[in-house]
Design a protein around this ligand. Structure first.
Ligand SMILES: [Zn+2]
Length: 131
C-alpha cells in the first residue's frame, strides 16, 4: 500500500474514532442516569415499579450499544497500530491485500471480502455464539 493511501486511511480512522468516542461518552451518561432520582413522593412508588422493566431494558440496550462501540473503538485502535507498525490492509487469514473498496467502507477490516464471506458462511463471525 502506498504511503499516500495509508495516510488517507489513517485520517479516516481518526475521524471515525473521534465520532465514536463522543457517541460513547453520551451513551455512558444515559446508562448511568438513574430514573426518577429526584422523586421522593410515595405516589411515585407504584409508577416506578411499573416502569422498572422498561428502564432496565433501556439501560440494557444502551449498555449493549456502548459495548459495541467500545469494541469498534478498539478495532480502530488496532488498525491505527497496523498503519504505523505495518500489516494494515493485509488480510489476516490469507495474507493477500484487502480490497480497497472494502477498506474504504470499513477501514479497520482485518480480512478480505473472500475470507469474510467464508467466515460468514461458516457462521463463526467474531463475537457470535460466544457466551
Ligand atoms: Zn483473505
Amino acid at each position: 500500500m502506498r504511503k499516500r493511501d495509508r495516510e488517507r486511511f489513517e485520517k479516516l480512522l481518526l475521524e471515525q474514532r473521534e465520532q465514536l468516542a463522543s457517541q460513547h461518552g453520551q451513551m455512558g451518561d444515559a446508562a448511568r442516569r438513574t430514573p426518577r432520582e429526584s422523586s421522593g413522593e410515595l405516589s411515585a412508588y407504584t409508577h416506578h415499579m411499573a416502569d422498572l422493566g422498561t428502564d432496565a431494558m433501556a439501560r440494557e440496550q444502551s449498555f449493549l450499544l456502548a459495548a459495541n462501540l467500545s469494541r469498534t473503538l478498539s478495532e480502530i485502535d488496532d488498525a491505527l497500530q497496523r498503519i504505523k507498525g505495518g500489516g494494515f490492509g493485509v488480510c489476516e487469514v490469507c495474507r493477500r491485500p484487502i480490497e480497497p473498496k472494502r477498506l474504504q467502507a470499513l477501514p479497520y477490516a482485518r480480512d478480505c471480502i473472500g475470507c469474510r464471506e467464508d467466515r460468514d458462511r461458516r457462521g463463526d463471525a467474531p463475537g457470535a455464539g460466544r457466551p
